[in-house]
Design a protein around this ligand. Structure first.
Ligand code: NAD
Length: 252
């Protein structure tokens, strides 16, 4: 069967387990004909992704908190696979203390760490990525509407997502001449490992579901299909954008 991503090789960063949004993206893109390469954070996370991706050659360690780790990962990808056509950046982290109650609970150290891993890492990955990305290519990151609203408990991560969305626009401006488009998907709330760090995450997800246009939460597959579109040449006119895939929750 022919798909919109036939012949494309795409790097997916951020699969922790089969609930990860990154996994939904990988599955949807594979269905559309893409060849997928994965990075995982560390040995602990490798145990989980090993169960999903049996081909060891496609698994490469990359801790985005370290420039050396990112450089090594991209060098390995280049050696093993040559050029690639896209990168999915589905990575975020903040300490639990940053994700509950008042924003005054934020600390200098926790704030810096959250913005480093959840926002700056997109720039750090793009810096290495441009060396091995084809023309045309596409970069997609994952954001949440806590970037421009003061949602309960989302706190520091909301500020990090605002920075991430801004980084998406600046990258789109500067990589356009190399044929690289950069976009963010603002996904609806769904139950994943990352979300479990947010205080009151069960009610966040319930509340979000009740605010969808049809009362049914968006799925990993729906987010993945949008990612496949953004990776494809069908989206050649879309760059520097934040696309909501949340079944209309952001309308309320
Ligand atoms: P997840 O826990 O499955 O994925 C988060 C990933 O980030 C994990 O694979 C983790 O290993 C990785 N990560 C964290 N620190 C890292 C580091 N230093 N180096 C490399 N990788 C690191 O959760 P998810 O919900 O699928 O999150 C993926 C993205 O989607 C995040 O950016 C998240 O903010 C965003 N998002 C999630 C939701 C939601 O409701 N789940 C909604 C909108 C956006």
């Amino acid at each position: 069967m022919s798909g919109i991503l036939d012949g494309k090789r795409i790097l997916v960063m951020g699969v922790a387990n089969n609930r990860s949004i990154a996994w939904g993206c990988a599955q949807a893109m594979e269905k559309q004909g893409a060849e997928i390469i994965y990075t995982y954070q560390n040995d602990r996370m490798k145990k989980f992704i090993d169960k999903l991706v049996p081909d060891e050659n496609r698994l490469i360690e990359c801790d985005v908190a370290s420039d050396t780790s990112i450089a090594n990962a991209f060098a390995t990808i280049r050696d093993r696979f040559g050029k690639i056509d896209g990168i999915v950046h589905a990575i975020a982290f903040a300490k639990k203390e940053e994700l509950g109650g008042s924003i005054l609970n934020s600390t200098r150290e926790g704030f810096s760490q959250a913005l480093d891993i959840s926002s700056y890492s997109l720039l750090a990955v793009a810096k290495e990525g441009v060396r091995i990305l084809n023309n045309p290519a596409s970069i997609v990151t994952l954001t949440y509407m806590g970037s421009d609203r003061a949602l309960p408990n989302y706190n520091t991560m909301g500020i990090a997502k605002a920075a991430l969305e801004s980084a998406t626009r600046y990258l789109a401006r500067d990589l356009g001449h190399d044929g690289i488009r950069v976009n963010a998907i603002s996904a609806g709330a769904m139950r994943t490992l990352a979300v479990s760090g947010i205080k009151g995450h069960s009610s966040l997800i319930k509340e979000s579901e009740s605010q969808t246009v049809d009362g049914i939460n968006v799925t990993q597959e729906e987010v993945g299909n949008t990612c496949a579109f953004l990776m494809s040449n069908l989206a050649s006119g879309v760059t520097g954008d934040v696309i909501f895939v949340d079944k209309g929750v952001h309308l309320r």
